[in-house]
Write a protein that binds this ligand. Structure first.
Ligand code: 5AD
Ligand code: SF4
Length: 361
């Protein structure tokens, strides 16, 4: 129903016919099930710190946002969150945070990765937790140090594959360079990480062609995993304050789901995350992401007190990702699809992408 070349992708992205969009999501879901099954992999998301040295114009935890209350989880808090993830048989954790390059922080991550590997799990063969890091651009040696410590996946979004748009949504200085971001992605890949990337969807100034190019970039980069999600405004950021228009909530939700569906058709066996940013736009946002072709779900395991301070965008408050006594796990966030078996959960699985495993000898 879609030709997956640039023109076909642009036409699909621009199409506003609800019947077409629904059929596209259903086809993507069928494609997913045919290639990788119904199983959703879990990653416990630990938001380690909202301190950031960068000043991205769209982000609520940017350096110059003086009204953002800063925090950093202690080692004990991170390990407790990881242990909670292990107890709930999430299989993997993601450590995400603002970009910091100071030596104390670098060492802390190395120490934590090693310690998380020691946490007991009841996965098959007592396999330790899988670890994804999402801590921004770092010198290659730092990526190497963390890889050697035991991290094996790294998520670094390109934010947009259009260098002109990239420059419009970042300060014009050497700290915010599209070229440097690309170089970091190539470093991660060369070191041996499963290097994931992604972009924001529905940004001011972004066109359908930009979004099509994002999809083609993922394919060219041969990404084993993608985490992309709708742009959501934060009222304290220069991008929102500039008044530049962007698509409505309903349009960004539709676009976010459509991008997942198109990517699934383009890359049937990769891991695609159903982003938290979808949940802001609909109470069933992440479930809809899974039904549109995503297969990774990241329950937030950050302690409540800090989770509310990790305000990348407005309305990203408390996610109800705790298991519910007497009810199936994630009853709120995955709901109906879990009950009727369209979604199954890969408890205790690392959940590497079939795409990545298949490419290894
Ligand atoms: N809307 C959506 N996503 C955002 N991020 C930062 N600010 C926003 C926003 N306003 C995303 C970026 C970054 C990730 C950690 O959070 O894509 O890579
Ligand atoms: Fe920092 Fe990432 Fe936000 Fe940019 S998007 S300000 S690097 S946390």
């Amino acid at each position: 129903m879609v030709t997956l070349d640039r023109d076909g992708l642009i036409a699909a992205i621009e199409c506003k016919d609800p019947a077409f969009n629904e059929a596209l999501r259903q086809e993507a879901f069928r494609t997913k099930v045919a290639h990788i099954g119904t199983e959703v992999y879990l990653r416990g998301l630990i938001e380690i710190s909202n301190i950031c040295r960068k000043n991205c114009l769209y982000c609520g935890i940017r350096r110059d946002n003086a009204s953002c209350a800063r925090y950093e989880l202690s080692d004990a808090e991170v390990l407790a969150a990881a242990a909670r993830a292990a107890r709930q048989r999430f299989g993997s954790v993601v450590i995400q945070g603002g970009e910091r390059t100071d030596a104390a922080f670098v060492r802390k991550i190395t120490r934590l990765v090693k310690a998380i590997k020691q946490i007991e799990t009841d996965s098959e063969g007592g396999r330790p937790l899988g670890i994804t890091l999402s801590l921004g651009e770092q010198p290659r040696e730092v990526y190497e140090e963390w890889f050697e410590a035991g991290a094996h996946r790294y998520l670094l979004r390109i934010e947009t594959s259009n260098p002109d748009l990239y420059h419009r949504i970042h300060p014009q200085d050497s700290q915010h360079s599209f070229e440097r971001r690309m170089e970091a992605l190539l470093d991660l890949k060369a070191i041996g990480y499963q290097a994931g990337t992604g972009a924001m969807i529905g940004l001011p100034y972004q066109t359908a062609a930009d979004l099509a190019d994002d999809l083609l970039f993922y394919k060219r980069f041969d990404a084993p995993m993608i985490g992309m999600g709708p742009y959501n405004p934060n009222d304290e950021t220069p991008l929102t304050l500039s008044g530049a228009p962007y698509p409505s909530d309903a349009e960004r939700l539709e676009l976010g789901l459509k991008m997942i569906a198109l990517l699934r058709l383009l890359m049937p066996d990769i891991n695609i995350a159903s982003a938290t940013a979808l949940e802001v736009l609909s109470p069933r946002g992440r479930e809809l992401g899974i039904l549109s072709g995503a297969n990774v779900f990241m329950p937030n395991v950050t302690p409540d007190e800090q989770m509310v301070k990790y305000n990348l965008y407005d309305r990203k408050t408390l996610l109800r990702d705790r298991p519910h006594p007497g009810e199936s796990l994630f009853a709120d966030s995955l709901g109906e699809s879990l009950r009727n078996g369209r979604i199954t959960i890969g408890f205790g699985r690392w959940g590497d992408s079939k795409h990545f495993t298949a490419s290894k000898p």
